[in-house]
Design a protein around this ligand. Sequence first.
Ligand SMILES: [Zn+2]
Length: 301
Amino acid sequence: MKLLLGTLLLAVTSLSAYDYALKPVRITSDVHCFFGKPEIMDKTNNGNIVNSCYIDAGEGYVVVDTGPSYAYAESAHKAMKKIKSLPVKLVINTHIHDDHWLGNNYFTEQGIKVLGSDDFKVNADMSIPTRMQTYISAEAYASTVPTLPTEMISSDTTLSVGNQTLELKIAKHKAHTAKDMVVYLPKSKVLIAADLVFNDRLPSVRGGDINGWLSALDDLDTLKAEHVVGGHGNRTDKDAAQMTREYFTQMRSEIRAAIADGLSIDETIKKVSMDKYKKYKLYEGTHRHNVESSYRVLEWE
Ligand SMILES: [Zn+2]
């Protein structure tokens, strides 16, 4: 009997999913977001390093980004059901980095449409293990099956869902990635800017383009949003992009000056240390790579 009980307990334990215990933060009456930690993914945070949002469209929710795993997506939905028990009508993926979309199969298994840009077709490499699969715990990653958006768009699109108008805008040039999508809600003037905006850890431009990123931020300014939610960081006022903009503006002008002085890439990395950003999380792992990849873009100007 004891043995049977033990076996039963083990079965129950292995069936229960990892609980991220996510807590939604109210941005406006119709938008709630989850804010991740300013860290690199590991077996302690289990990939809860990213922001994601739920938009209340009256008849249901629109989910913007599904997080690092199936269990994350499930935990976020569970938390939102406590605020208002609505079905999810649509899921949007902002870009191809896997902390933003590995929760997709929690929604697709319920038959919910997932919309992303066609960059997923081009640049999402499904043949290699995901970063989350490698770095977070097996328990947190359980049930995650990397699943691409079920529908892909190539240009700006305006959608009506319930009582919301959603303006999906794709950055005109390579910025954080080859194609970065943001979601703007004209009704509540909320801009979900995803990884075009970081504000409590250094943004990463590896694989992107410093010029495209700064011009994308200028384009977002024309929306005159009152609330800006980035992909990483807690700040959500209208100037939430300030740190990202100032960081890349200073970096670009220092690298241009170094190139004009004939400095090599290694000399430039040493020179453009931008010490005031050392206080930000991920400076050590990110800053020199940002300088290096931006030098390679700017040396061709
Ligand atoms: Zn990203």
